[in-house]
Design a protein around this ligand. Structure first.
Ligand SMILES: [Zn+2]
Length: 418
C-alpha cells in the first residue's frame, strides 16, 4: 500500500476512534455537537456516523438538545453490538465475567482458590479454562480486560510481588493469555482498573474528561489508581499509585517490599484483622470474642451491632487510611478520592475518622474542595474496570469493531439464505 494510503487509513481510524470515545463519554449526542467536541468538520462527522450506522456500531434514536439549543437526532453507541470479557485475579480468588459495552453485567463466575495448596501455574490454567468456557458460550466477545494485583510491571507483563503469596512473579500472564486467545487483551493493575471504572461508569462520569480522581483500593492489599483527564497515570514501569508501599512510619515493621512501616501493613483487610486480634486480648468483654475467626468483615459486623471495641478499631484503621489519603492529596491533588473494596465495610465510622486526619494534616486549600467517599458502582469496581479497559481497547481500535460487525452481518446473511 502507498504511504498516502496508509496515512489515510490511520487518519480514518483515529477520527472514528475520536467519535466513539466522545459518544462513550457523552452517551447520546448530535452530529453538530460531535463536530465541535472532536474538532472534525460537520461533513467528516456525517460520513463517519453514516459508515458506523451502516455497520451497526452506532444507532440513531430520539432527539437531543445540542449546545446550540436546537433539537436534533441523537447518536449513541450500539451497546449491544458485542460483549467484552472481564477477568479479575485476586490473592484468594478469581472472577471471569461477560459485560455489555455500557458496563451492564451479563454473567459472572467467582472461584475461590487455595493459594497455599495450588500453584500460580495451576491457577492460571483454571483462569484460562474459565475464559474458554465464556468464549464458547458467547461468540460475540470482542476483547478481554484483565485486572491483577500489584505491583504490576506493565512492560514485563508480570506482577513484581504479591503480599502473602509467592510464585506469581515468575509468570508472564499477559504473554500467556495473548498466546492462548486470539482477541485484543488489555491488562492493568487492579487499582488502575478500579479507577478507570469510576471514571467511565461512576457517578461523576460527566466531569471525567478533565480532572483527577484517585481510587483507593483497600482489600487484602492496598493500592491507588489514578485517572487524569481520562487517562490512567502509570509512571515509567506502570507502578505509579503503589501507595500501599508508601511508608507512614519509617521505624515501623519491615514489609515484604523492603520498606518499613508501609501503609498496607496498617490498612489492608489482612493487617486490620491481625491488629484487631492483637488488641482484642485486652478486651474480654467485646462481643468479637464470640467469633472463631476474625476478619475485617466480622469486625464491621460487630461494629454495626454496637460493639464499642470494634467501633474503636474501625476508627483506628480509619485514621491510618486518612494518613494515606493525606499523602495521596499532596502527591496527586485530586478532586475526588473514592474508597473501594473490603475496607469500605467500615462505612461512615471509618470515613469520618479518615476525613478528620485529612483535615488535620493537609493545607486547607488542598482538602477544602475534595470529595472523599465510598464507591457507588453497581458491581465490583475492579471487575467493572477490567470490562471498561476492554471496552476502551475496542473504542480506540474501531477497525476491530468494523470487522466484527461485518462478520456478524455475513453470518446473518448466511442464516437468512439457508
Ligand atoms: Zn511495602
Amino acid at each position: 500500500m502507498s504511504r498516502a494510503g496508509t496515512n489515510y487509513e490511520s487518519m480514518q481510524a483515529l477520527n472514528r476512534s475520536l467519535v466513539l470515545q466522545i459518544l462513550s463519554k457523552k452517551g447520546t449526542c448530535s452530529r453538530t455537537d460531535m463536530a465541535s467536541w472532536t474538532g472534525l468538520t460537520q461533513a467528516s462527522i456525517s460520513k463517519i456516523v453514516a459508515e458506523m450506522i451502516d455497520a451497526g456500531i452506532v444507532v440513531e434514536g430520539g432527539r437531543v438538545s445540542g449546545m446550540s439549543g436546537k433539537r436534533s437526532i441523537g447518536i449513541s453507541i450500539n451497546q449491544y453490538l458485542c460483549k467484552v470479557l472481564a477477568v479479575k485475579i485476586a490473592r484468594k480468588s478469581f472472577d471471569v465475567a461477560a459485560f455489555w459495552l455500557n458496563g451492564d453485567l451479563i454473567e459472572r463466575s467467582h472461584r475461590v482458590v487455595n493459594i497455599s495448596k495450588v500453584s500460580p501455574y495451576k491457577i492460571l490454567e483454571a483462569i484460562k479454562n474459565e475464559i474458554k468456557n465464556y468464549l464458547d458460550k458467547y461468540a460475540d466477545i470482542c476483547a478481554i480486560g484483565v485486572a491483577v494485583p500489584g505491583p504490576y510491571l506493565r512492560k514485563e507483563g508480570r506482577i513484581a510481588i504479591m503480599s502473602e503469596v509467592s510464585g506469581w512473579d515468575k509468570l508472564n500472564i499477559y504473554e500467556d493469555l495473548s498466546e492462548e486467545f486470539d482477541l485484543p487483551i488489555r491488562m492493568e493493575h487492579d487499582a488502575n482498573a478500579s479507577a478507570f471504572a469510576e471514571w467511565r461508569y461512576g457517578e461523576n462520569y460527566g466531569y471525567g474528561e478533565k480532572g483527577t480522581l484517585v481510587s483507593l483500593l483497600t482489600s487484602e492489599g492496598v493500592g491507588a489508581g489514578i485517572v487524569n483527564n481520562g487517562e490512567i497515570f502509570r509512571g515509567i514501569d506502570g507502578v505509579a499509585g503503589e501507595v500501599g508501599h508508601m511508608s507512614i512510619d519509617m521505624n515501623g515493621p519491615r514489609c515484604i517490599c523492603g520498606n518499613y512501616g508501609c501503609l498496607e501493613l496498617y490498612t489492608s483487610a489482612l493487617s486490620f484483622a491481625k491488629f484487631v486480634k492483637e488488641d482484642l486480648k485486652a478486651h474480654p468483654d467485646s462481643t468479637l470474642n464470640r467469633e472463631e475467626q476474625i476478619t475485617a468483615e466480622t469486625v464491621f459486623e460487630h461494629m454495626r451491632m454496637g460493639d464499642t471495641f470494634s467501633t474503636e478499631e474501625v476508627k483506628k484503621v480509619g485514621r491510618y487510611i486518612g494518613q494515606g489519603m493525606a499523602n495521596i492529596i499532596y502527591l496527586y491533588n485530586p478532586q475526588e478520592i473514592i474508597m473501594t473494596d473490603i475496607m469500605t465495610g467500615g462505612g461512615d465510622v471509618l470515613l469520618d475518622a479518615a476525613k478528620e486526619v485529612v483535615r488535620e494534616r493537609t493545607i486547607s486549600e488542598l482538602h477544602r474542595d475534595i470529595r472523599i467517599r465510598m464507591t457507588t458502582l453497581k458491581y465490583d469496581s475492579i471487575l467493572m474496570g477490567a470490562a471498561a479497559l476492554a471496552t476502551d481497547l475496542l473504542l480506540d481500535n474501531p477497525s476491530s469493531l468494523f470487522s466484527f460487525a461485518a462478520k456478524s452481518a455475513a453470518a446473518w446473511t448466511e442464516i437468512g439464505s439457508l
